[in-house]
Write a protein that binds this ligand. Structure first.
Ligand code: 6PG
Length: 244
């Protein structure tokens, strides 16, 4: 699926993006119905934090069947300030009384390749798999780096070439670290992908990602095979897109 303009929604402010994301997420949950587990992958970084905080006021039964997963994690302990898990707990999960067994964190404190392998096994145990053995998450939330990375799929890193694994440890020399990340096969098996992008600093990356060029940065490779992808962006991030 190439990124056509009708799946790029431009909002006036970051707050408007967060409110629209909250609404989108609640619609996906409502559509899933009350009978089956629903699997949502949370994005890390700072952009989604406001959306998570706004979700915290949803009725408690909204979350009765929801399992929370992570798109990537830094190789740090869960109580480290850089932990995506810590951010999600602070802004949402601790506020909505989700039982531990429905919060599936990547164990950033463990040996990275072992943590990635364990996470892949956990995903396979809980999330329905498609014909290719990839997990069909109900919704994957993503952010976008100013270099065009998403999750921890950074430019010129090995994980970009992964064609079968669901989760891998990815060395990121430009960040002098190793990350744990879902792979493109996993991201592209999702029913819905929602990427949140705000701020002038992301304008060039967003333009390049949506350009359709072969040289487009990593996030351009998120193209759900049978699912749908949406970009919720603010005016500042959209400032280099044609027609904005
Ligand atoms: C992470 C995220 C990463 C993030 C982008 C944007 O672990 O940092 O998964 O992909 O979404 O780097 O980060 P900001 O939202 O902080 O700009």
């Amino acid at each position: 699926m190439t990124s056509s303009n009708d799946n790029v929604k431009v909002f006036p402010t970051p707050e408007a993006v967060a409110e629209a994301a909250r609404h989108f997420i609640l619609r996906v949950l409502a559509a899933a119905g009350p009978e089956r587990p629903v699997h949502i992958v949370l994005a890390g970084g700072s952009t989604p934090e406001r959306s998570y905080a706004l979700l915290a006021d949803a009725p408690q039964d909204t979350w009765d069947h929801v399992h929370f997963w992570f798109g990537d994690e830094r190789t740090v302990a869960p109580d480290h300030d850089d932990s995506n898990y810590k951010m999600a707990m602070r802004s949402l999960l601790a506020e909505i009384n989700i039982p531990d067994e429905r919060i599936h964190r990547m164990r950033g404190e463990d040996v990275p390749h072992e943590a990635a392998a364990a996470y892949e096994l956990e995903i396979r145990a809980f999330v329905p798999l498609d014909a290719d053995g990839q997990p069909v998450f109900d919704l994957i939330l993503l952010g976008l780096g100013d270099d065009g990375h998403t999750a921890s799929l950074f430019p010129s890193t090995a994980a970009l070439e992964e064609t079968s694994r669901i989760a891998v440890a990815n060395e990121v020399p430009q960040q002098a670290t190793t990350r744990i990340t879902l792979t493109f096969p996993a991201l592209n098996a999702a029913a819905y992908v929602l990427c949140l992008v705000t701020g002038e600093g992301k304008a060039k990356a967003l333009r390049d990602v949506l350009s359709g060029e072969a040289s487009a940065p990593p996030a351009a490779s998120v193209q759900p095979r049978s699912g749908e992808m949406f970009w919720y962006v603010d005016k500042a991030a959209a400032s280099m897109l044609g027609g904005s």
